[in-house]
Design a protein around this ligand. Structure first.
Ligand code: OAD
Length: 271
């Protein structure tokens, strides 16, 4: 399970870190409350603040970092059941994680639709108009505003979230929770959907609920601090340092086939 904290070293601010987080830096948009920028009711009244922000957030402006490539490494190793992400930056995809291995729970910039008639729109046209500071409109009778299909507060999550949720979390045998405050439902609730015996590992700067001393399970592991450092340590412990270097294109000394060799303990994916 991933959140905005995995992309901060790519230069994208997270949402809630005091001072640097997006919600502390929205004064220029003159919105009534920080989350209004992603609120569908507010968007119906005034879509401009979101479009201004979208210009900056559109994929293409940022590059995947070590943590995104770690997710790709897990896929190459055959141990990634799924990458459940709240991020809309598309950096996991850019690092090479396959679409079938991803659940983009808070949507994506890759598609767009009309907020009135729900008709799908050409995402390239929508992006072009947003970049040109124009409001993209649908040609339906209501001339609805079109927006990228990222999930706003007040909107439902993609069907894929609901169709894979039970299967994935019941079948998960190790849950990595990375770079998220776990404050936004229903995504945050997924952390409790794994079996009680399934170890859960938190890689996050702060210890967030339900990983606090009072709430954590006996099998939980908490790694506070910078996520890249924690992931590097995990890769070292797994003996994957060279595989990772190869993936990052830093060295060619490792046998390429070993990157795709499944370890003996691999979980057999049922889906
Ligand atoms: P948050 O900003 O709420 O949480 C990010 C977490 O990552 C915080 O706990 C940070 O301390 C941690 N963090 C940041 N950089 C880190 C680093 N380099 N190493 C380790 N930890 C780091 O972001 P999300 O949990 O992703 O929803 O927010 C969830 C949702 O809230 C978003 O998807 C968005 C937002 O409103 C919608 O827009 C619908």
């Amino acid at each position: 399970m991933a959140g905005a904290g995995i992309s901060t070293s790519s230069g994208i601010p997270d949402f809630r870190t005091p001072g640097t987080g997006l919600y502390d830096n929205l004064k220029k948009y003159k919105i009534p409350y920080p989350t209004a920028i992603f609120d569908i009711d507010y968007f119906h009244i005034n879509p401009k603040p979101f479009f201004c922000l979208a210009k900056e957030l559109y994929p293409g402006n940022f590059k995947p970092n070590y943590v995104h490539f770690f997710l790709k490494l897990l896929e190459n190793k055959g141990v990634l059941l799924r990458n459940w992400t709240q991020n809309i930056d598309g950096l996991e995809r850019m690092a090479g994680v396959s679409g079938s291995k991803l659940v983009e729970a808070h949507g994506t910039f890759a598609t767009a639709s009309c907020v009135r008639c729900s008709r799908m729109q050409d995402p390239t046209r929508v992006k072009r108009l947003i970049i040109e500071d124009k409001i993209p409109r649908c040609d339906c009778l209501k001339r609805g505003v079109c927006k990228p299909d990222i999930v706003f507060f007040g909107e439902d999550l993609p069907p894929r979230f609901y169709s894979l949720k039970r299967r994935d979390f019941m079948n998960c045998d190790l849950l990595l929770v990375m770079g998220t405050s776990l404050e936004v439902e229903p995504f945050s609730g997924l952390v409790n959907d794994v079996r009680f015996s399934t170890p859960r590992v938190l890689f996050n700067r702060d210890v967030v609920e339900p990983f606090t001393k009072r709430m954590r399970r006996p099998t939980d592991v908490v790694c506070p601090g910078d996520i890249t450092e924690s992931v590097k340590k995990l890769i070292e412990l797994a003996g994957w340092t060279k595989d990772m270097e190869l993936l990052l294109g830093e060295t060619t000394t490792v046998d390429e086939k070993s990157l795709f060799k499944k370890p003996a303990w691999i979980y057999k994916e049922k889906t």
